[in-house]
Write a protein that binds this ligand. Structure first.
Ligand SMILES: Cc1cc2nc3c(=O)[nH]c(=O)nc-3n(C[C@H](O)[C@H](O)[C@H](O)COP(=O)(O)O)c2cc1C
Length: 185
């Protein structure tokens, strides 16, 4: 009889712990990094940003644009979008995703947004590319934090990111995660 009672109590405790763990997981802040990349430069930046997010113990998913759904955007607290600079704008694939996001217009309101890019040169369209992404985020009612000391609109690398660019990316990830946590309070 005592053994049955003991078993029941332990079973209840296990179920409760499991339930709490699942609840805590689903309550956890989540950051999505969506990127397009043909030759891998923007992709390297995406992974460096993810490292920064993880430093704040925030969950992060890194996804290539063609595997990203509109539901993925809705499902995260922050969306960081990275594109190669294509004629001074985001790539067509990313613009297509943003245009599709009209289906969830209003549901991205209040989420944190940020952008990054890799271009072929300096002052050859990187900033306009970043702004093309940030503009769409503002139309969605998202919250975009600038940076006062350098790279005001977001990290921009010339071709493959160098050490300084990687640091800028990591720092962006950390800042976005910190803002998400602050907003969740
Ligand atoms: C279609 C196309 C358009 C591009 N337009 C620009 C441009 O306007 N300015 C620029 O600096 N680089 C431009 N580039 C170069 C890419 O932005 C650059 O190589 C970048 O590092 C590629 O990133 P990825 O390796 O992530 O694909 C262009 C490249 C392509 C393929």
């Amino acid at each position: 009889m005592r053994a049955v009672f003991w078993f029941e109590q332990n079973l209840k405790y296990c179920c409760f712990t499991l339930f709490e763990t699942i609840r805590a997981e689903s309550d956890m802040a989540k950051v999505l990094i969506v990127y397009d990349s043909h030759s891998g430069n923007t992709e390297k930046m995406a992974h460096a940003i993810a490292e920064g997010v993880k430093e704040k113990k925030v969950k992060v998913h890194v996804k290539k644009v063609n595997t990203t759904s509109i539901e993925d955007l809705v499902d995260h607290d922050a969306i960081i979008i990275g594109s190669p600079t294509y004629y001074g704008q985001m790539s067509g694939k990313l613009k297509e995703l943003i245009d599709k996001s009209v289906k969830v217009h209003g549901k991205l309101e209040g989420k944190v947004g940020a952008a990054f890019t890799s271009s072929g040169g300096t002052a050859t369209g990187a900033e306009t590319t970043l702004l093309s992404i940030l503009q769409a985020m503002l139309v969605h009612g998202m919250i975009v934090q600038g940076r006062s000391d350098s790279k005001h609109y977001g990290p921009a690398a010339v071709e493959s990111p160098n050490k300084k660019d990687v640091e800028d990316c990591r720092r962006l990830g950390k800042r976005v995660a910190a803002l998400v946590l602050k907003l969740a309070k």
